[in-house]
Design a protein. Structure first.
Ligand SMILES: [Zn+2]
Ligand SMILES: [Zn+2]
Length: 323
């Protein structure tokens, strides 16, 4: 216990230094053990936006840190910039999981992939960039690399750059990754005409996070997300409950995304400790403030509207860390 207290200044401050009785020391030990286990998985919402341009909400990207693993899910607009804000260099990311091939989930790939070769004291990618995704991912990745071929060849020749190749794993539903106790399970979701579209469940040390990907109400999402600690759920609002659709396009968009009410139905079935919205697409800005209330009319559990760089720690408790 002494060693544990000294190893972490904050915990040392929090533990009661005056308590000498053994029972009180045991209480402290329990508290420290709980605090240490409370961050088995750390999830950071790098981008909570959609294709709609926004300086506040960048494109879809979610970082999951579990044990020694650092996994990126989707790489939308500005993902490398948000990682930099976390003091994570592009070269420190070498595992990417793609949910589907809409550009708001992939357009940051070239930036993250190539900027990883620009000398950075924090780290550069040494091996191949490992990319998992549905059918079509290989073409997206290889075509992007080909589009930047002149740049990539020059960097290799002149700068001796590494990490500029990618190894793509085209995947289907099932366990797609296992390492250091971390398991990633891909599952099919219903994103209308965009097929295939995947969600992901990440399991580590008895805890889990589920990333819905882009989907409308989906029984398969509910099945794979059941009783997870954290559900990172997409949401789209094209109109208020009493309003008319402004166009056929709006109606079609809504049909393959999740409305706040549908999210409420999903959460009721999934029963997550915490649900957090990402991919927050509203076509009228005033709709954003209504999302959580609309969801809570269906579901009375804890729901949070995500923000870029919001972190959620998962362990004995699920805690939102925001600064
Ligand atoms: Zn999509
Ligand atoms: Zn999307």
């Amino acid at each position: 216990m002494e060693t544990q207290s000294k190893s972490d200044e904050n915990e040392a401050k929090e533990s009661n230094q005056d308590s000498n009785s053994s029972s009180e020391q045991n209480d402290d030990t329990d508290k420290i053990a709980q605090e240490e286990s409370s961050a088995d998985i750390k999830v950071t919402l790098l981008g909570t936006g959609s294709p709609v341009l926004s300086m506040d909400r960048f494109g879809s990207a979610t970082l999951v840190e579990a044990g020694d693993e650092r996994l990126l899910f989707d790489v939308g607009r500005g993902a490398a910039l948000r990682l930099d804000q976390m003091d994570i260099a592009p070269g420190m990311i070498d595992k990417l999981f793609v949910t589907h091939l809409h550009h708001d989930h992939t357009v940051g790939f070239a930036d993250l992939h190539i900027t990883a070769a620009v000398p950075d004291p924090r780290g550069n990618r040494e091996g191949d960039f490992q990319v998992w995704g549905p059918k079509g991912t290989e073409n997206m990745v290889n075509s992007t690399i080909q589009a930047f071929e002149v740049d990539i060849q020059t960097r290799k020749k002149v700068e001796g750059a590494s990490g500029l190749e990618a190894e793509v794993h085209e995947i289907e539903e099932g366990v797609v990754y296992e390492n250091n106790g971390v398991e990633v399970i891909a599952f099919n979701v219903d994103h209308g005409p965009m097929k295939p579209a995947l969600g992901y469940r990440i399991n580590y040390n008895g805890h889990s996070v589920v990333i819905s990907g882009d989907t409308t109400y989906s029984e398969n999402l509910i099945k794979y997300a059941k009783d997870t600690d954290l559900l990172v759920q997409e949401v789209v609002v094209v109109k208020g409950p009493e309003e008319e659709y402004q166009s056929e396009a709006h109606k079609n968009i809504e049909a393959y995304h999740t409305t706040p009410e549908q999210a409420g139905e999903i959460f009721k079935e999934v029963n997550p400790k915490l649900a957090v919205f990402t991919h927050i697409a509203t076509f009228l800005p005033e709709h954003e403030a209504t999302i959580v209330d609309r969801t809570n009319e269906i579901y009375d559990g804890k729901v949070v509207l995500g923000e870029d760089l919001m972190t959620i720690e998962i362990g004995a408790e699920v805690k939102v860390i925001q600064d």
